[in-house]
Design a protein around this ligand. Structure first.
Ligand code: NAP
Length: 348
């Protein structure tokens, strides 16, 4: 018997889709991704980008305060035991993801800890091949594989991830370590300017490090950066090394010049990478229509339909614009409702 709905992904969109699909008695099967070194390196382990962040202060329903009793009651003991002590600052990204996953499990979601590596959407039921080489059949599919922030791939960048290196100012910018200190943002697009602008709320000064002498950001955003009293643009510079130590995390950066200038060292307590995101669609190439930027194309306004009837998509894999946990969760809910209604229309 084919599955009624298979959900691929492990972030807020996937688990929210699972909650709704499970409550609609579709008995969803979620492929949450494989736990492999390759996925760790790529930032695509189960639980997605939020598992790589620290406190989440903007997800509705998790105000600051001691939520430990709630976590004790909601999470499986073996998961709870592995969590860092709760610091009374709302919810951490990993805690939030474990809670949403648990909520989906509570309604009967089944979970496979493997990647989906190939799909055949040209046949009905759809055929999916997992990383353990097993194949699965599904009447409908929800793709919620997310996107991953691009990093430069420097060993020092990897070393200080979550200890001053971040790719999400909105997630991490308000943390104490970033307050009233110099910060660095790497990139020259709208995201970099937006991140720099956002970080000025907390930072002493934000150094925007860009490899050229012109920003890629839209004119209005570029002007905002140039005129902001707390943003200083370091033109024609590339990040060569994140400096730091075990005790303090990030303490500075070493910057090379692309214009023949001497190397520059800059003190800072945070480095925010804003050099674009890559949607996780490798296994979908040629199977679903993608946008020019490589995200899954949604074909109907305010719906989660894709170019293949019966295949729906939600979250960051469709979204190069909002990219928030709450918008992803919302679109996961929409995808489950779309799948449920589509299956009903097929007489399922
Ligand atoms: P983006 O426009 O692709 O810009 C990426 C930036 O990172 C570019 O400046 C690029 O430099 C730089 N970069 C890329 N690889 C690099 C590397 N290896 N080393 C150093 N620098 C590197 O990406 P984005 O800023 O994330 O924006 C994505 C899309 O979302 C855009 O269409 C943007 O307009 C949109 N967006 C809009 C808003 C808004 O309107 N408020 C906010 C955020 C994003 P080069 O310029 O030299 O290529």
């Amino acid at each position: 018997m084919p599955e009624k709905v298979i959900i691929i992904g492990s972030g807020p969109a996937a688990w929210t889709a699972a909650i709704y699909a499970a409550r609609a008695e579709l008995s969803p099967l979620v492929f949450e991704g494989a736990i492999t070194e390759e996925n760790r390196q790529a930032g695509t382990l189960p639980l997605g980008q939020l598992a790589l962040t620290t406190e989440v202060e903007n997800f509705p329903g998790f105000p600051a305060g001691d939520l430990s009793l709630y976590f004790d009651s909601a999470l499986e003991p073996q998961i709870r035991m592995m969590m860092a002590p709760h610091e009374k600052k709302g919810v951490s990204g990993p805690e939030l993801m474990e809670l949403i996953r648990q909520q989906a499990k509570n309604f009967g979601t089944r979970i496979v800890t493997e990647d989906v590596v190939d799909v055949n959407f040209a046949v009905r039921p759809f055929q999916l091949t997992a990383s353990d080489e097993k194949t699965y059949a599904a009447q409908s599919v929800i793709v919620a594989t997310g996107a991953r922030a691009n990093y430069l791939g420097l060993p020092s960048e990897e070393k200080y991830k979550n200890r001053g290196v971040s790719a999400c100012a909105v997630c991490d910018g308000a943390l104490p370590r970033f307050r009233n200190r110099p910060l660095v943002v790497v990139g020259g697009g709208d995201s970099a300017v937006e991140e720099a602008d956002y970080l000025t709320k907390f930072a002493d000064v934000v150094y925007l490090v860009h490899r050229r002498d012109q920003l890629r950001a839209s004119k209005i955003m570029a002007e905002r950066a140039k005129n902001h009293p707390k943003i200083k643009i370091l033109w024609n510079r590339t990040l060569e090394e994140v400096l730091g130590n075990d005790k303090d995390g990030v303490t500075g950066v070493r910057l090379a010049s692309t214009a023949g200038q001497p190397e520059l060292r800059q003190d800072c307590t945070g480095v925010f990478m804003a050099i674009g995101h890559t949607p996780n669609v490798a296994f979908l190439k040629g199977k679903l229509a993608l946008t020019e930027k490589g995200y899954i194309q949604l074909t109907t306004p305010f719906r989660t339909c894709t170019s293949v009837e019966g295949v729906f998509a939600a979250g960051d894999v469709t979204d190069d614009y909002y990219r928030q946990a709450v918008t992803s969760a919302g679109s996961g809910c929409m995808a489950a409702l779309d799948a449920e209604r589509w299956l009903a229309a097929q007489g399922e």
